[in-house]
Design a binder for this molecule. Structure first.
Ligand code: FAD
Length: 374
């Protein structure tokens, strides 16, 4: 059976769904998702934060351009808010003071920050040990509701007459005349002039199906545990607290606390599972940097954060295959940059004006990884 659309988006995570929702304003789009549910992999396993202490200037620009979407999504997008305010605290010891000062300079272009002394740090986050002497606070961080974000994009897609097919794992891709055709393991074939590769950790694998050169994507596992907060902790007032070095973050989570040792273990694309070592490391670092005792772990999970070689996302047509569009490498910032990345995708595909984002098409182009040495 042939199913024809204008654009096939492969991957029903936040990258694929947000791009598809935007593209469906001007085209008939079909999203093919391997799993039975959307957001099953990275998009459903994140820390769900929007903040600037992540990535570098380019990532911060994409985050800045995305923020207003989360605060005021388009009419009809969602019946519930896409997130709520949660302060973000980046903290350090005395010997990390210069690093905090430097980060403060970098971030203050993007957010209204407070530079906190020891007293301010402990007032904002009483769980930290006394060694936390310096901090940067952004009172306007956002904790997202990933379910609302994914469902909102799906709702927009459907409202525009486009569709999602779950349980549709693409296992081969071919080119016939001017069109691509993607065949699923179940034997269904879908065709379109344009394929958007939003397959997350599998994006290089998907490119190989189409005979397109891979970008060298690197999936890296990250682990999260949840556990009880000490009795009497005011969870509503706790921030998302992160060490200035990439050692630990923690935040309130559904009446408990969650923490991550900020691990980046290289992995094959897979249904990532937590590893005992990183689970123990999360508990150890929590006890090392805070006064909390992790007596028992309530839940644990892991997900893959997939990076390009320069840790910037890739969005653009492949230069070795007509109509093959890359949307990959969203690393640890794929939720918080999804509105900007989907607008950029629509601009690059339809040739419409570039959105008001201080990032160039060249900086995101997948061709930057494929240039031959002179
Ligand atoms: C622990 C952790 C914490 C994080 N914290 C944050 C955070 O605080 N803020 C933030 O913005 N980001 C965060 N991230 C990063 C964010 O989750 C990712 O950047 C984002 O989810 C990537 O989205 P995606 O759609 O590219 O990938 P995915 O959600 O993995 O979606 C890709 C989809 O493609 C499908 N697929 C693959 N191959 C095929 C095929 N052959 N056929 C059909 N479908 C296929 C997969 O089934 C999958 O559903 C975090 C990630 C982790 C793991």
């Amino acid at each position: 059976m042939a199913n024809n659309s204008d654009i096939l988006v492969i991957g029903g995570g936040i990258a694929g769904l947000s791009a598809a929702a935007e593209l469906s304003k001007n085209a008939r789009v079909t999203v093919l998702e391997a799993e039975e549910q959307i957001g099953f992999h990275s998009s459903g396993r994140s820390a769900t934060m929007v903040h600037y202490a992540l990535g570098d200037r380019l990532v911060r620009e994409l985050t800045l351009a995305s923020r207003c979407f989360f605060d005021s999504p388009p009419g009809g997008f969602s019946d519930v808010p896409l997130g709520h305010r949660m302060s973000v605290l980046v903290h350090g010891r005395e010997d990390e003071r210069n690093q905090l000062d430097a980060l403060y300079e970098e971030l203050s272009i993007f957010a209204e920050l407070e530079r906190l002394n020891e007293e301010g740090v402990h007032r904002l986050c009483p769980l930290l040990k006394a060694e936390a002497r310096h901090g940067i606070a952004d009172r306007n961080g956002t904790r997202l509701d990933p379910h609302a974000l994914l469902q909102g994009n799906l709702r927009m897609l459907r409202r525009n007459g486009s569709r999602l097919e779950t349980g549709s794992r693409v296992s081969s891709i071919g080119r016939h005349g001017d069109a691509w055709s993607a065949t699923t393991e179940g034997g269904d074939t879908y065709s379109a002039a344009i394929i958007v590769n939003a397959a997350g950790s599998w994006a290089d694998q998907l490119a190989r199906f189409a005979g397109v050169a891979p970008l060298g994507l690197e999936p890296k596992r990250r682990t999260i545990i949840t556990f009880d907060a000490p009795p009497g902790t005011d969870l509503d007032r706790l921030p998302f607290a992160k060490t200035i070095g990439d050692e630990l973050y923690f935040a309130p989570e559904s009446g408990r606390l969650f923490a991550s040792p900020m691990d980046e273990e290289p992995s094959e694309p897979c249904d990532a599972q937590p590893n005992e070592y990183e689970v123990a490391l999360a508990a150890y670092r929590m006890e090392e940097r805070t006064t909390v005792k992790v007596n028992s772990i309530h839940s644990r999970w892991a997900g893959l954060r997939t990076f390009t070689p320069d840790r910037h996302p890739a969005a653009g047509f492949a230069n070795d295959a007509t109509g093959f569009f890359w949307l990959a490498g969203q690393g640890g910032f794929g939720l918080q940059t999804s509105p900007a990345m989907s607008q950029i995708t629509a601009s690059l595909i339809f040739g419409t004006p570039w959105p008001a984002i201080d990032v160039s098409a060249e900086a995101l182009s997948p061709s930057r990884f494929l240039r031959q040495p002179a």
